[in-house]
Structure formats: C-alpha cells, structure tokens
Design a protein around this ligand. Structure first.
Ligand SMILES: Cc1cc2nc3c(=O)[nH]c(=O)nc-3n(C[C@H](O)[C@H](O)[C@H](O)COP(=O)(O)O)c2cc1C
Length: 171
C-alpha cells in the first residue's frame, strides 16, 4: 500500500535524511541502477514541485538519465543497511547490478517508468524537465579546489518534476 504525501511538507525530513544519504534510481531499457546522493532539494520551479539532484558527469546514473530522463528518490525513514549504502554509494552500476548485490527490492512506480526501492519507503517519482551542467568558472575557487580537483567531473543539476510522492507501507 502507498500513502500519498505532499512532498513540500516533507522537505525538512528529506533535507535531514540527505545529510546521511538517499537513493536515486534510474532505468534505461531493462537496466535499473541506484546511487546514493547527498545533495538535492525539494522546492518549486515554474509553479511545479521539483526535486533537484546533482549528478557528476562521470556517473553511470548520468548516462541512464540521459537515455531516460526520469528518476525516483527514496529516502530512508527508519535507518538503512550499511552494506546497501556502501554498495550504492561507491560501486558503479556499469560493473554490477547494485540492486541485487545490495539485497534491495524494487517497487513498481505509479506514474513514471522508473521503480523505487521498497526498503526506503519515502518515495518521489520525478520526471526530468530541465538539466544544466554547472560552469566551473562560476564556482568560487576554494569550493572548486575542494570538489573538482581530486574528482574532476562536473555536476549536472537535474530538475525532476515530482509526479507522485508517497510512503510505501510494507505491512
Ligand atoms: C553519502 C554519499 C553522498 C553522495 N552524493 C552524491 C551526489 O549528490 N552526487 C553524485 O554525483 N555522487 C554522489 N555520491 C557518489 C555516488 O553515490 C557514487 O559515485 C556511485 O558509485 C555512483 O554510482 P553509478 O556510477 O552507478 O551512478 C555520494 C556518495 C555517498 C557515499
């Protein structure tokens, strides 16, 4: 069962959860892949509820997003498995099926064509309506040194219009 929610009413909870990490899932063809995200926010753009995610150009997730511009965000509400977190936050979906390796289960979506993750019940289904690659020249030097020297790939901001938001009830 799924209980619909107003994503804006949950923005503080989502922001708090992102301090540890949430899961962003993408799908292209029969490939489904999840990565851990720490950056992102819920808000309103062009009069629509959106989740904006920041994905480095080097991620497999970025390739899948370009092939199918939709994603789900799953927010752990009652903790998360350290193993799932380690796998989805450091391994690439290019090399393995992370969902399987992490022992996670997919939840069929309501509106978009990308599933969510049953174990992390607060779900946002997002359709990308805009994307923008950050311009390194506009990033303050100290931040650029901190984030784009060791790992050089820039971030792309994906604006996902929230098409459905709910909490999965596993009972
Ligand atoms: C706590 C945490 C937060 C992260 N946040 C982001 C993020 O916001 N954007 C990003 O591009 N990568 C982020 N990462 C790194 C990706 O999760 C990691 O590189 C992942 O292996 C990419 O998977 P993929 O190649 O299958 O897309 C984060 C990792 C951790 C552990």
């Amino acid at each position: 069962m799924k209980r619909n929610i107003d994503p804006l009413a949950y923005s503080a909870q989502i922001a708090q959860a992102l301090k540890q990490g949430a899961f962003l899932t993408t799908k292209s063809g029969d490939k489904v892949n999840s990565m851990v995200i720490g950056w992102g926010h819920v808000g309103i753009v062009w009069g629509r509820p959106v989740f904006i995610a920041y994905v480095r150009t080097s991620r497999y997730t970025r390739e899948l997003l370009d092939e199918n511009p939709a994603f789900t965000v799953n927010v752990p509400t009652q903790g998360f498995s350290k193993e799932a977190f380690a796998i989805c936050g450091s391994q690439s979906g290019r090399d393995l099926n992370k969902i399987q390796a992490a022992g996670l289960h997919l939840e069929p979506p309501e509106v978009i064509n990308v599933p969510g993750i049953r174990e992390y019940p607060l779900t946002l289904e997002c359709q990308v309506i805009y994307r923008q690659e950050q311009d390194p020249a506009l990033i303050p030097e100290n931040i650029r040194q901190q984030y784009y020297v060791r790992e050089t790939a820039d971030h792309v901001c994906y604006y996902g219009e929230i098409k459905a938001a709910y909490i999965i009830d596993r009972e």
